[in-house]
Design a protein around this ligand. Structure first.
Ligand SMILES: *[C@@H]1O[C@H](CO)[C@@H](O)[C@H](O)[C@H]1NC(C)=O
Length: 202
């Protein structure tokens, strides 16, 4: 039966040893570059802004003839949590829903730049387009909820944002903010929903 052994000691030529050395240097450089990139990415990576529903009201919500033309007012706190990164907002647009019925919508804020660590109060002043007594069952549910003192609504804000890292801008993101809350029968915000954080979709 043929048998063979691996050589115990393989003598490397100077060329092979030189190649090994170059490989080691190259790998070390790649590793160090990787670590530097990772640290840079950690410190420059943008964090998403945060939104809190500060206040919301529809005065005279409980009147009998429908919500049409009632003022819809709200305050949403926007905060940029980044130390070094500013945020450019395009125009912010707001929509208020009762279930899937649009209650009010319109522009909320002009385009603006939010510097690092900055915050802005977004003041919404819209006019209700519904529900009306003509909306049938939706209006009946709405009036019933108002009489019971608990009207569940949803405020959606949408915009386009861009992060600005010192000198370069990153790509545009479509942004959607989703605040769920309830109003009392008189159209003011339920206490437990004050300053509730809204969901953010990028
Ligand atoms: C926000 O939503 C409104 C209504 O759906 C739409 O007209 C507007 O173009 C949207 N804005 C952005 C920036 O997506």
């Amino acid at each position: 039966m043929p048998s063979y052994r691996l050589p115990m000691y393989h003598r490397q030529s100077p060329a092979v040893r030189c190649l090994n050395f170059l490989c080691a240097v190259l790998l070390t450089m790649v590793l160090i570059t990787g670590i530097i990139m990772f640290v840079l990415w950690l410190s420059l990576r943008p964090h998403k802004p945060r939104f809190y529903l500060n206040d919301f009201s529809i005065p005279n919500l409980n009147r009998q003839s429908g919500a049409v033309n009632l003022p819809v007012r709200f305050t949403v706190d926007e905060r940029n949590p980044n130390q070094k990164i500013g945020i450019h907002y395009e125009a912010i647009y707001g929509s208020v829903y009762y279930g899937d019925l649009l209650v009010a919508s319109g522009p909320v804020h002009q385009p603006f730049y939010q510097p690092p660590k900055g915050d802005t109060q977004l003041l919404g002043d819209l006019t209700a387009s519904g529900p009306t007594s003509g909306d049938g069952s939706a209006w009946q549910r709405f009036a019933g909820d108002a009489a019971a003192g608990n009207v569940g609504l949803r405020l959606m804000l949408n915009s386009t944002v861009r992060f600005q890292v010192k000198v370069w801008d990153t790509k545009e993101h479509n942004m959607k903010v989703d605040c769920e809350f309830s109003l009392r029968g008189d159209g003011t915000l339920q206490q437990q929903d004050k300053n509730k954080q809204c969901l953010l979709y990028f």
